[in-house]
Design a protein around this ligand. Sequence first.
Ligand code: F6R
Length: 369
Amino acid sequence: EKGGYASFMLKEIAEQPRAVADTLLGRIDGSGALSLDEVRIPPKALREADKVVIVACGTAFHAGLIAKYAIEHWTRIPCEVELASEFRHRDPILDPQTLVIAVSQSGETMDTLMALRHAREQGARVLAICNTNGSTIPRESDAVLYTHAGPEVAVASTKAFLTQLVACYLVALYLAQVRGAKYGDEIRAVVRDLGAIARSVERVLDTMEPVRELARTLAHKNTVLFLGRHVGYPVALEGALKLKELAYMHAEGFAAGELKHGPIALVEDDLPVVVVVPSPRGRSVLHDKMVSNIQEIRARGARTIVIAEEGDDEVVPYADHLILVPATPTLLQPLVTTVPLQVFACELATARGNEVDQPRNLAKSVTVE
Ligand code: F6R
């Protein structure tokens, strides 16, 4: 059932264009408006929400971190993201105006379930974003938006992550729509851009051979660092998590602006550093800062692996390895920049002789706290 692929992980990485398209299917009408009837939370309650809190674990938590940028930008509702395992133990401030979003592929993660139970006890409304029909987390939530990734068999999450992102964007846009957000035109444009994402992911997948080759040459390394800014920061965290769980390597993700506050001391000769570069269009300040960061680490000997947008000529002189992705609006960029990191981790793990579908010490769904 691996459909000719060497692992479920490779198959699931390849399925991502379809998974993204399926998660959008039927949720945007002909006029570009969102129709999320399945989100059975009364629009009045969504209009009155004064805070969004996202709870999740692992890769789903990274989707939540990215969702925060979209939700706050498009709706201007304050949004917090918290590791589900930490959430209830700090006595969080919750009330009926709080919208809690629980993100979970399996729908059975005990930490996330306990977090949402706690939220509901405090009167908050809970919306689940989940990939598994009828699982416990959606059953215990007020509403659910299903991701349509299809069954994910490999322990490391790939297609579920991309569809979690799509679902998070849909929820953010829906909240903006219901609340009559001031970004009306921008939102219509984003809806159009979302429609083009599946094709962009497909294009990324078609250009992954150099990434695989690079990964094989790094199989003997001990450490890989990942840097990002803005939505690229959670992408860096996700790239590092994939490498830890699959290749059993020391991998860390940092916000690039934090480099000078400590992590730059780690940089030594030939240390591989993956840099997720923001789009040079739009928020160019972010881009310029990132170019400086790449120069800083390279001057200290780092081997730079740069993920940048097609046409981004400025990064070329500082990239020891350049991975190009199609131009994508900043907030949606994680949908394309994550894919090379998945391929990189999978190939590196395979080169190290690891079993990618069943990494040691890990289970697909963590049903204990
Ligand atoms: C990483 C991974 C885990 C899960 C986490 C949450 O590749 O798969 O970090 O993302 O255990 O699982 P769900 O989404 O099922 O709640």
